[in-house]
Design a protein around this ligand. Structure first.
Ligand SMILES: [Zn+2]
Length: 197
């Protein structure tokens, strides 16, 4: 039996999302079909709005709908420390530790087996921030796996050219894990016990 074309189309689109297999896509599509029309409309608008209105902050790369983002424009945050993370979602985890400095988001993860070149990363906004001379310490908070390690070494070599102390999160984070999913206590300890690189 062939499904109605719009339904088939919705299932196809949902299946493109991460962690959504054919069965889940079908279940979600049927749920959306039966949902009140306002709810389906809100979902459709939310998807369009996130694409149209959310962009990386030009200073730190955090995902924002205002320029600069609320962290960069907050005068209460310490400018002397800059925490480098892979993804904007990592900021949420670091924020839970009580960290009150600024951030730089790479918005890209590095895969040693797939990528060979780190030099194509846009680090100009980071270098511009370092040249201001206000940052005294850069904390590398990349994922504790081999890819994060390679990226950390590369970033440390760039940051250290600007006469800035470079530290990294202490071990205690599960190797091969993901900062985003680290629990608050482990992450706070890792932040407090950071080591100079
Ligand atoms: Zn920002």
């Amino acid at each position: 039996m062939r499904l109605a074309r719009p339904l088939e189309n919705l299932i196809d689109q949902l299946q493109k999302l991460p962690s959504i297999g054919p069965k889940t896509a079908q279940r979600l599509a049927l749920y959306i079909l039966k949902a009140p029309v306002e709810q389906a409309g809100q979902l459709a608008r939310a998807i369009i709005e996130v694409q149209e209105r959310v962009f990386p902050c030009s200073i730190c790369g955090n995902l924002t709908d205002v320029e600069p983002c609320t962290i960069c424009s907050n005068p209460g945050r310490a400018v002397s420390s800059l925490c480098i993370v892979e993804e904007a979602s990592d900021i949420i985890s670091i924020e839970r530790t009580g960290y009150n400095g600024k951030y730089f988001v790479l918005n890209r993860s590095f895969r040693l087996m797939e990528d060979s070149d780190l030099t194509d990363m846009n680090l100009q906004p980071l270098i511009k921030t370092l040249k201001n001379g206000e940052v005294q310490e850069v904390i590398l908070a990349l994922n504790p796996n081999i890819d994060g390690e390679v990226m950390s070494r590369y970033l440390a070599s760039i940051v250290s050219q600007h006469d800035v102390k470079v530290t990294r999160l202490a071990h205690g984070l599960p190797i091969g894990g993901d900062i985003e999913f680290a629990d608050e206590i482990t992450l706070r300890r890792a932040l407090e016990g950071r080591k100079e690189l």
